[in-house]
Design a protein around this ligand. Sequence first.
Ligand SMILES: [Fe+2]
Ligand SMILES: [Fe+2]
Length: 267
Amino acid sequence: MYTETLTSRRSFLCLTGSLVAGAALPAIPHNVLAAGKKEEKESGVNPVEDLMREHGLLRRVLLIYEEAISRINGARKLPSGVIADSADIIRRFVENYHEKLEEDEIFPRFQKAGKLNDLVKVLLAQHQAGRRLTDSILKFSEPVALKAAEAKEDPSAAMQQMYGGTPFFGRFSLLRGKSPDTKKELASAMQQFIHMYRPHAAREDTVLFPVFRSIVTPREFDELGEKFEDKEHELFGKEGFEKMVESVGEIEKKLGVYDLSSFTPEA
Ligand SMILES: [Fe+2]
Ligand SMILES: [Fe+2]
């Protein structure tokens, strides 16, 4: 939606310019029209802008993880599914799409150009570490795993919650073999994820991406922008990014961290 708005705004400005020119000139030469069309085509989200706005989405999930950790540590209520849903967004959108693009289209070009090799090596290793952490977060945030941790703290309450009031002892075996430290392990995996991804995304935004334009031709840069958008549409539909943002917003609402003004210090 944002992309379309941006593109439409730019197209409108472009069109307005053409109309003003048209008022002064009876006919618009073909080369002017062609230039306008080219400008319109290039006005979509460029590859770096695309990756950076995806980092914005990642940062919002880091905030969710932070709030979830605080609730786990403070033994406060954690709405069901918020961690698993957030980790699912990280898996599908950040790891399998955003990072895959970096690994397929960005990092190899730096390696080929012989630039920022050490940084790229660290970034790649961090992608792998991130995927391992997400495996853990998904595993430990499974309803049964969390219920098992709750049962350790208060067996009767957790069983009533699991089986709708009347404990069904035949299914108690589900709780066996689960680590009593599940919540601790979950909080630790999320904390490590936050600890690594804040500097990771910041380094890509401030060091890697600004250099990227200089190692590809302008044409390659534009083509990559289109390729990234096509891939996004193919995997997540026409407004895939916007839908992801909406999903993250819904999770933020459940955790009370959606209202941006709540982060403003009181005067
Ligand atoms: Fe990355
Ligand atoms: Fe990234």
